[in-house]
Design a protein around this ligand. Structure first.
Ligand code: GLA
Length: 723
């Protein structure tokens, strides 16, 4: 049983991790440890501490100083003056609380969180869940703390459920999903700031005294900060040291905080951003926070990533594509933008079929009267005049050429110049305020309203039923600016951001479950909503509009810290690159794009025969190796953030096959020799590579010397096979 309760201590464990905390003398929940496996009974930390400027409670004749202990869910207005995980007010005006342990239960498996995405189990023997209830006796507020531990993953999932069992209305101001105190030490944290076309840029900082962290206030997880953080020992690197990853399974405003206070013990929290947030609970109502997943690794940051990859691929993503190889696609966006007709599309599809591409994706511009980004979002019916027929006919024409057919939507959006807006201007977020603020000339539909959600589910479903569509790209191209819904009363406007995210989850759940055979890829101007919440509904993400083969190395590296490579939409596009203007070789573009769900996004009718032949080679190579790319264990070898090149590899489960990728970010003449130390192989096996035989030991301990010719190349992919 991976959860034990003994001597007032809870111990959640498996072979790799322990998560321990206890019920303190005053019935507080005091943290003990999250990290490598321990014997919880051995720990006996002093709970009555020395003199300090603390507020104390005298218990058994000794001063009990809550403010210096580790807490597992600190609430405001106690002697613990560090950042609280929970703040609220009750209608009567009382906002001081004293939450104490009430009861707990341990159950098999992991219950779902209704309405929110979460990690799941496929059978109840995979995990156990502890639900521990805290009670503030005066107000009747209860907080259920949920902790799940798996047999096979070095991960803990946490969230909390706030229940109003009193008679007064409760207004939640802040309810974090996780709070964790670490012992004093030297730590770093890593986050992933960015913007459009340069998402998920890895940045590492020393943890210092005071508050630090990052957040999103754009209404979704956003491209400015990703809802993921690494917290690690100062000396941890890719392969060694202790690293913790904290990922929030949520697509709305998030906040990640580390506070290192007077006793130098960092407190780490993640959850819904309290920015403009409040939530009213009437008597008998409850509120669930999103789930936070914390992974521990004693094999550096790389080990942490591999745990996230396995967990998210197999127990967060759902449906038939979650671990399946993906069709190689051609997307017409950068090939044609809005300027296409049936003839042009078929021309591209024919070229695509000839080089072995499997799926044709028709991007923006197929509906309403949309020939630019100024109109028609919301009018989800085909522009038959432009297409030269119905979607059904187009799909059939594409199918006849041996390709599947996929379609772009932006279901959450509405253009002012649209039939939908003319009929329902009040369906827009903010209406009647803030309408002068547009992003890409569009507004956002108010998904807090059921009638809006029903309309979108019905219209999108009708399109999906109308033709043989096997893939959907689900886009979202602006941030939220006026977080107001005319359907909510004045004292509930603080609920808007979160209700809108819940509305989105409802819509996605209904559509994706009604079309289980469609592969869904999420997108938000590229990676402005590249988060674990979206992966629950859609196993693939267009992680950036930036397809430049140099920038992509940084973006893919950053994203790979937490999200499985299987979820990355990754395309070869034209040069000069449309985002950066950079010209890179087709080899470099192909090498970088053949990671994750590979595809093309350029006008194939304009390519030279030589380039088409090269693409055909790439397509054939990817088809032969994609199982390894989608399902293999991923090892980062060289970081583009630390050198002029990047290198990474995939290793099969049985360690009999591996692919080693190498790509440069900057071409340098007279390059020094690089030796690539491989990872993840079997040290007792022999591998062949380029006709030579190497022992796994040598490849991992000495490495592979790149020869003079290799070192002058921009990129290569090597295949290793065990004898
Ligand atoms: C966004 C997406 C692009 C493309 C355009 C279409 O920017 O990220 O890939 O689909 O919208 O308008």
């Amino acid at each position: 049983m991976p959860i034990e309760f003994k001597n007032n201590k809870f111990h959640l464990y498996n072979d790799k991790i322990s998560y321990a905390f206890e019920i303190g003398a005053d019935k507080d929940i005091l943290g003990i440890h999250f990290g490598g496996r321990i014997i919880a009974d051995d720990v006996n930390e002093e709970k009555y501490s020395a003199k300090s400027f603390q507020c104390v409670k005298m218990l058994e004749g000794a001063a009990y100083r809550l403010g210096v202990f580790n807490s597992d869910y600190p609430t405001a207005t106690t002697p613990d003056f560090r950042i609280p995980a929970f703040e609220a007010e009750v209608k009567s005006g009382k906002n001081c609380f004293s939450f104490k342990y009430k009861e707990h239960k341990i159950i098999k498996g992991k219950p779902e969180i209704v309405g929110l995405p979460a990690v799941y189990t496929e059978n109840e023997n995979e995990a156990e869940t502890l639900i521990l209830t805290l009670l503030d006796a005066d107000s009747g507020i209860e907080i259920d703390l949920h902790y799940s531990v798996f047999n096979d993953f070095a991960a803990i999932c946490r969230h909390s459920v706030i229940k109003n069992t009193g008679s007064d209305r409760v207004i939640i101001k802040n309810a974090q999903s996780i709070s964790l105190d670490k012992p004093a030490g030297k730590y770093d944290y890593i986050h992933f700031p960015g913007s459009w076309a340069r998402e998920k840029q890895l940045r590492r900082h020393p943890v210092h005294e005071g508050e630090q962290g990052f957040e999103s206030r754009v209404g979704s997880s956003g491209n400015i900060e990703n809802p993921f953080m690494v917290f690690c020992d100062r000396n941890a690197d890719e392969n060694i040291g202790e690293a913790y990853g904290l990922s929030l399974i949520y697509s709305g405003n998030h906040k990640f905080t580390i506070e290192c206070g007077e006793f130098e013990k960092p407190r780490i929290q993640a959850g819904i951003n309290p920015f403009m947030f409040s939530w009213s609970l009437e008597s008998g109502e409850e509120f669930s926070t999103p789930e936070a997943v914390m992974v521990y690794s004693d094999e550096g940051i790389g080990g942490m990533s591999r745990t996230f990859h396995r967990l998210y691929r197999s127990r967060l993503c759902r449906g038939k594509f979650k671990e399946a190889v993906r069709p190689i696609l051609i997307n017409n966006w950068e090939a044609t933008y809005f300027d296409f007709d049936m003839h042009k599309l078929i021309g591209i599809a024919e070229k695509a079929a000839a080089i072995g591409i499997e799926l044709f994706v028709l991007d923006d511009g197929w509906f309403g009267k949309r020939n630019s980004d100024t109109c028609s979002l919301g009018d989800w019916y085909a522009n038959e005049e432009k297409l030269g027929g119905t979607l059904k006919t187009l799909a059939e024409e594409i199918n006849k050429r041996g390709l599947e057919f996929g379609l772009w939507f932006e279901p959450e959006m509405i253009s002012e110049d649209s039939d939908l807006y003319r009929a329902h201007p009040d369906w827009v977020i903010g209406f009647p305020y803030g309408l002068e603020l547009q992003g890409r000339r569009q507004h956002i539909l108010d998904f807090t309203k059921k009638e809006v959600r029903d309309y979108i589910v019905d219209t999108i479903s009708a399109v999906l039923k109308s033709a043989n569509i096997t893939y959907v790209k689900w886009d979202k191209n602006r941030h939220v600016t006026t977080p107001y819904s005319n359907s909510l009363p004045a004292d509930k406007q603080g609920e808007f951001y979160h209700r809108n995210v819940l509305g989105l989850y409802d819509v996605m759940e209904r559509i994706t479950s009604a079309f289980p055979d469609i592969l869904f890829e999420s997108c938000s101007g590229g990676g402005a909503r590249n988060d674990a919440g979206m992966l629950y509904y859609m196993p693939q993400t267009w992680i950036s509009d930036d397809t430049d083969a140099v920038m992509r190395q940084y973006i893919q590296y950053g994203a790979s810290l937490v999200y499985p490579v299987s979820s990355f939409g990754s395309h070869v596009s034209a040069v000069p690159n449309h985002q950066t203007g950079r010209v890179t070789s087709l080899s470099l573009r192909g090498t970088v794009a053949m990671n994750g769900a590979f595809g093309y996004e350029l006008d194939l009718t304009k390519q030279t025969e030589e380039d088409l032949n090269k693409m055909k080679e790439h397509v054939e190579f990817y088809k032969a190796e994609r199982e390894l790319v989608i399902g293999g264990d991923y090892y980062r070898l060289l970081s583009p953030y630390e050198s002029r090149y990047s290198s990474w590899m995939y290793v099969s489960k049985d360690k009999n096959e591996a692919l080693v990728y190498y790509a440069v970010t900057t071409v340098l003449p007279n390059n020094p020799i690089v030796r690539l130390k491989l990872r993840g192989l079997d040290k007792n096996k022999y591998y062949t590579l380029n006709g030579r035989r190497y022992s796994g030991k040598t490849l991992m301990n000495y490495g592979l010397d790149m020869n003079l010719e290799d070192i002058q190349r921009e990129c290569f992919i090597w295949k290793l096979k065990a004898e």
